[in-house]
Design a binder for this molecule. Structure first.
Ligand code: HEC
Length: 93
């Protein structure tokens, strides 16, 4: 019986601890949005040109950028704040 409670506790903790992973997709305030847009404009050519030519924001729909950034962020080991700035910038262009 004790083992069942332990298993339920572990499963609950596993589900709760996945929260921060989606934080890059939260909607920033308008002021934050502008700050992130400018930061993203500076970082985009630096990071995204490292492995291939930097793709323009117009190449993908906003929902596609969510997924592409998630993948590229892992490949390039981008810091969360930088990935978020690039995402805001690409989605707006
Ligand atoms: C560490 C190297 C690396 C970095 C940095 C990187 N990419 Fe990529 N990217 C790849 C590789 C490798 C592929 C193709 C293979 C794959 O999808 O894993 C790719 C593919 C892509 C694709 C094509 C996917 C598709 O469905 O058309 C897009 C768009 C893209 N990258 C955008 C970006 C953007 C935007 C950035 C900057 C945030 C970035 N990449 C940074 C390595 C990188």
């Amino acid at each position: 019986m004790k083992n069942i409670f332990a298993a339920i506790l572990m499963a609950t903790l596993a589900i709760v601890s996945t929260g921060p992973i989606v934080s890059a997709q939260e909607n920033p305030s308008p002021a934050d949005q502008r700050r992130l847009f400018r930061k993203g404009a500076q970082l985009w050519p630096i990071y995204c040109n490292t492995c291939h030519n930097a793709r323009p924001g117009s190449e993908k729909a906003p929902y596609e950028w969510d997924q592409v950034i998630m993948h590229m962020r892992t490949l390039g080991n981008l810091p969360p704040e930088d990935a978020k700035a690039i995402l805001v910038n690409l989605k707006a262009r």
